[in-house]
Design a protein around this ligand. Structure first.
Ligand code: SF4
Length: 211
């Protein structure tokens, strides 16, 4: 099926959302998103639109959502393949989850220059792609990694530690877990609290995915 025409430069969030909603399947969405130039600064500086990794065939039990691609992700076109990705893969495996069976995406699909935080209009535009990705994948369990991702799901006043301690919440018929981003776990070191918390949370995610 033909992919929807990609959004033009400086397109409004509503236009991106309409385009994404018109994608009938993951491949059409990916084709369209790869041509998206809605955010002029990001489109001019990125190497790849990092659409996301999805398991081959079947509905994923778990969708992991990070903030935005970093340098390695921008170079390779795949999410979570740098240092943070290596730690995520390791902790997923220790929890009993194979990365190949987990869908992994970011809120914003293009790398912000210098790894700056994505701006509100960029998040607003790219949200259309993410919303459609969630619909198409239909995962029973969603994991928000880090504060930006937690805020996307739960609102701008979200406090990560509090959201995490409360355990999973219902979000549009799914179980939503909030936890630390692997980059925080790296920053605080192997014996730091964020790494232990992330590892513990991913074990709970694995249990929820298996039930
Ligand atoms: S960040 Fe998202 S909305 Fe902006 S240009 Fe990239 S794919 Fe398009």
């Amino acid at each position: 099926m033909a992919a929807p025409r990609p959004p033009r430069s400086d397109a409004a969030a509503e236009e991106v959302a309409r385009t994404a909603a018109a994608a009938p399947d993951w491949e059409s969405l990916a084709t369209s998103a790869r041509g998206c130039v809605a955010c002029p600064e990001l489109a001019a500086t990125r190497q790849h639109v990092v659409v996301g990794d999805v398991p081959v065939g079947g509905r994923p039990r778990v969708l992991v959502v990070g903030e935005a691609p970093g340098a390695t992700e921008d170079e390779t076109g795949r999410p979570f393949v740098g240092k943070s990705g290596a730690l995520l893969d390791q902790l997923l495996a220790e929890a009993g989850l194979d990365r190949a069976e987990v869908a992994v995406v970011n809120i914003v699909k293009c790398r912000p220059p210098g790894n700056r935080t994505p701006k509100a209009p960029e998040v607003a535009r790219c949200s259309g792609w993410l919303r459609r990705q969630v619909e198409l994948l239909d995962p029973p369990v969603v994991v928000a990694l880090g504060l930006s991702s937690a805020k996307w799901f739960l609102g701008p006043r979200t406090v990560l530690a509090r959201a995490r301690e409360g355990g999973p919440v219902a979000w549009e018929g799914r179980s939503l877990f909030v936890t630390y981003h692997p980059s925080a776990a790296i920053r605080f070191g192997p014996n730091g609290a964020p790494r232990a918390a992330l590892a513990a949370d991913l074990r709970l995610v694995a249990q929820a995915a298996a039930s």
